[in-house]
Write a protein that binds this ligand. Structure first.
Ligand code: ADE
Length: 359
């Protein structure tokens, strides 16, 4: 029975997987970098950094020989800079003790600085097809529903039990694809509000058969706020006006105009992904722009760190949504959110506007 479920999963993955650069070959170095980046942000937000990182540091040796400050600056925009420093330490360790190669067993791989259980299992399975099941937030959600796991998934003992379930569910004929398929289902289908109709596992899903898919996974009674960073692109035209647009389908500000923004955070589901191509292009175009941080903003469900970049952008934006241009003075009126107030206060405080007088 489980074989059929695994086979359905792999078939779904073959047909539906996202075309991602780190899936193009099985280079353990690239897989390592991608998996560490993916632990702190979602795919769309890491791709620019991923390409830039690999362009500058295409091999394990180049990373081992790079200055720490260089590695940290390539981590710009991803946050958690200690991860960048640890990557470099890990590369030095592998160059020193393993002839610039990756050990093919869990025990030795876990000794590498910066490589923890998730990353080690991801590298061994995806790069070498060794039979190790990964367990991250998405996988926990999928498994807790598939097996009707009712315990609080955040307890350490649950982690062990879920790892056992992941191990027994692993398809040993294709560990790398199987792991990525489970994570992909978690990211695209078995999201907090699941789309069971599109799920290749739904026929065998215990939660679905008991009608409990919306109740699982069980966490604590008090819902923890989801931590995210909202990065706004304040694009000024030649008249020093800011580009705002309306989109009823985006995650936040469904009913009011807002500047383009992307959301960065750990283990976020698909609903946070920006689907609009223009954001992807903006994100890529402005990877080198200074990022300004505003103080924290808390709403019922989310703890938000607001950041923004300011750029002159006079190209015609081919935009399918209604849009307008707003002066900074009228920003709060046109983008009626307390976030607008925080951003415009910050801009005034920093006196950017004078600095950018030539805009
Ligand atoms: N999340 C983290 N790593 C992933 C991968 N390789 N595929 C899909 N989702 C992921």
């Amino acid at each position: 029975m489980i074989n059929q479920v695994q086979a359905n999963l792999l078939k779904w993955y073959d047909l539906n997987k996202r075309d991602l650069p780190f899936r193009k070959d099985k280079d353990p170095y690239k897989i390592w970098i991608s998996e560490v980046m993916l632990q702190q942000t979602r795919v769309i937000a890491m791709l620019g950094s991923y390409f830039e990182f690999l362009k500058e540091l295409p091999s394990l040796n180049s990373l081992a020989n790079a200055e720490e400050s260089r590695v940290v600056s390539l981590w710009k925009g991803l946050g958690y800079y200690s991860r960048a420093k640890n990557l470099r330490k890990g590369a030095i360790y592998l160059a020193t003790y393993h002839n610039s190669d990756f050990p093919r067993n869990l025990e030795d791989l876990l000794k590498v600085p910066g490589i923890g259980p998730y990353t080690a299992r991801a590298i061994l399975s995806i790069a070498y097809d060794l039979p190790f099941a990964v367990l991250d937030g998405n996988v926990k959600r999928v498994l807790s529903r598939l097996y009707y796991f009712e315990e609080n998934i955040n307890l350490p003992k649950s982690h062990k039990l879920l790892q056992n379930l992941a191990d027994s569910f692993l398809n040993k004929n294709a560990p790398g694809d199987h792991n990525q398929a489970v994570m992909e289902i978690g990211a695209l289908v078995c999201t907090p509000t699941p789309n069971c109709l599109a799920c290749p596992l739904s026929k065998s899903c215990k939660a679905k058969s008991l009608g409990g898919q919306d109740k699982l996974p069980f966490t604590t009674k008090e819902k923890k706020k989801i931590k995210i960073e909202m990065k706004f692109f304040l694009l000024f035209n030649a008249n020093k006006e800011i580009f705002l647009y309306s989109d009823s389908k985006r995650k936040f500000f469904k009913t009011i105009p807002a500047p383009p923004f992307i959301i960065i955070g750990e283990n976020l589901d698909e609903s946070y992904y920006e689907k609009n191509k223009i954001h992807i292009n903006l994100f890529k175009s402005f990877t080198n722009s200074p990022i300004y941080l505003v103080k924290k903003h808390s709403i019922t469900t989310h703890e938000i760190t607001i950041s923004y970049i300011i750029e002159y952008y006079n190209e015609l934006i081919p935009f399918e949504h209604p849009y307008l241009f707003s002066s900074l003075e009228n920003l709060e009126k046109n983008f009626p959110s307390s976030i607008a107030k925080k951003i415009s206060n910050d801009i005034h405080k920093k006196k950017f506007f004078n600095l950018k007088a030539e805009l």
